[in-house]
Ligand binder design. Structure first.
Ligand SMILES: Cc1cc2nc3c(=O)[nH]c(=O)nc-3n(C[C@H](O)[C@H](O)[C@H](O)COP(=O)(O)O)c2cc1C
Length: 236
């Protein structure tokens, strides 16, 4: 893996504690807290050449409500408060369920054609390589027909301070022009990272709202706050 040469991107901390990047392996460290929009110099600037795979629209799911909750989430071994945890269901999938339930929204799960490694450190290496390559990992399942949705939530874990590259495959594969897009994330300390600003940059014709972040290890107890936030958005 090449990541060890490339890396030292710090996870962005929402509080006083910042996580070391995956490349640091296994340790929380107290580093300077870095604002989401001012990452260290070694952060990928997105100019690297790389994969061009795109998802295909095969058999679009019908639009059945005005709100869609689209998300990518990974189960398996993950980071948890300085250690590791095994997830049968990914944190972001749990959060997506809260939002969908609260709003009676449809859901769409982004499923990678090539599954990410089960091991946390191996997944970190792959994820970082994809960022450096500006890759567009292929999506296995049919993209949704989003023509009937005005409000589209887009959820993901934070990977290396931002959205997994497969989220970019998704947003480039559907037409989000004119939509209201709401980011949500689960994370290990980085909050929303650069997800809202990245989405707004990628989607100049959409209105991207501020979004909401929940620490992955707290997601099981976060139903009420997430429901309250989601309902507050549509009532506003
Ligand atoms: C490849 C990888 C990179 C990660 N990078 C970060 C990061 O930069 N900042 C952070 O706070 N958490 C990071 N995490 C932790 C995840 O964001 C967190 O565990 C999240 O809740 C996982 O959600 P999921 O189970 O839906 O995939 C990373 C996890 C993985 C697997």
């Amino acid at each position: 893996m090449k990541s060890m040469e490339m890396t030292r991107r710090a996870f962005v901390a929402a509080g006083a504690l910042a996580l070391a990047g995956c490349g640091q392996r296994n340790e929380f460290v107290n580093e300077d807290v870095v604002a989401p929009d001012s990452m260290p110099d070694d952060v990928d600037d997105g100019t690297a050449e790389g994969g061009t795979e795109t998802a295909e629209t095969l058999d679009p799911a019908p639009a059945t409500s005005g709100t869609l909750v689209a998300y990518y989430s990974r189960a398996d071994e993950n980071y948890a408060d300085g250690g590791r945890e095994w997830l049968e269901v990914g944190h972001t999938k749990v959060m997506a369920g809260y939002i969908a339930e609260a709003l009676g929204a449809d859901t769409y799960e982004i499923v990678p054609t090539q599954a990410y490694p089960e091991g946390y450190d191996d997944c970190c290496d792959v994820a970082l390589q994809e960022q450096h390559d500006d890759a567009r990992p292929a999506i296995a399942n049919a993209l949704p027909d989003i023509s009937g949705y005005d409000l589209v939530f887009i959820g993901c874990p934070i990977w290396w301070g931002e959205e997994p590259m497969i989220v970019r495959t998704f947003i480039e594969g559907v037409d989000l022009a004119g939509k209201t897009v709401v980011p949500f994330t689960t994370h290990g300390g980085s909050g929303l990272g650069s997800v809202p600003s990245n989405l707004q940059t990628a989607l100049p014709d959409a209105q991207v709202l501020d979004g909401y972040a929940v620490a992955g290890t707290s997601v099981d107890g976060a139903r009420d706050e997430v429901v309250s936030w989601a309902k507050g958005l549509v009532q506003a």
